[in-house]
Design a binder for this molecule. Structure first.
Ligand SMILES: NC(=O)c1ccc[n+]([C@@H]2O[C@H](COP(=O)([O-])OP(=O)(O)OC[C@H]3O[C@@H](n4cnc5c(N)ncnc54)[C@H](OP(=O)(O)O)[C@@H]3O)[C@@H](O)[C@H]2O)c1
Length: 166
């Protein structure tokens, strides 16, 4: 069953930065500072409806500009649209969607995403939140592109693209 919004060209992507040990978060924040990857994130998500869990929303603190922001939560939150579940978010979205974390959104998103865009962070920092395993029977890696590490990037990184097989 398709849960996508109207528009045949709608696509659902997941976007995440993941360390070698699977870590994506620590104490409600990113465990690294990689400004070059934030630029990459912006380019991938601009114009899409971004769907995130409540803790990721709290980390951002304000809506991402030039994107419709949907927060999955059981709470009522001032200043942003909220939905009670990921399927409700996908049903509410019109056009292309980006699932931007955290853990449960990514785990449930594996059933819905057409593509996964991972930034592989070349480090293994301590953390409390991890990216779920990507099932090779469901997604194939189709591209690996070295990232250009800038002077303010704490780690090196590469960009990986996975597409859905089934
Ligand atoms: N490296 C990356 O790319 C990346 C990306 C995003 C986040 N992060 C990091 O990850 C951490 C936050 O992620 P997290 O996994 O702890 O939290 P999260 O997914 O951002 O938020 C969890 C909350 O979202 C709601 N929620 C999430 N999935 C749901 C679902 N399927 N159905 C219903 N409600 C759902 C619930 O809210 P209620 O409790 O309000 O009901 C849940 O308590 C932070 O450290 C952040 O910096 C990293």
């Amino acid at each position: 069953m398709s849960l996508r919004g109207e528009g045949a060209a709608a696509s659902i992507i997941m976007v995440a930065a993941v360390a070698r040990n699977g870590v994506i978060g620590r104490d409600g924040d990113l465990p690294w500072r990689i400004p070059s990857d934030l630029k990459h994130f912006k380019a991938l998500t601009l114009g899409r409806t971004v769907v995130m869990g409540r803790r990721t929303w709290e980390e951002l603190g304000k809506p991402l500009p030039r994107r419709r922001n949907l927060v999955v939560t059981s709470r009522t939150i001032e200043g942003v649209e909220t939905v009670p579940s990921l399927p409700a978010a996908l049903a509410a979205a019109r056009g292309p969607v980006a699932l931007i974390g955290g853990h449960a959104i990514y785990a449930e998103g594996m059933d819905h995403a057409d593509e996964i865009h991972l930034t592989r962070v070349d480090g293994a920092p301590n953390g409390d939140t991890v990216f779920p395993a990507i099932d090779p029977a469901r997604f194939r890696r189709v591209a690996t592109v070295p990232g250009e590490r800038g002077p303010r990037d704490e780690y090196g990184f590469q960009f990986e693209t996975y597409v859905r097989l089934s």
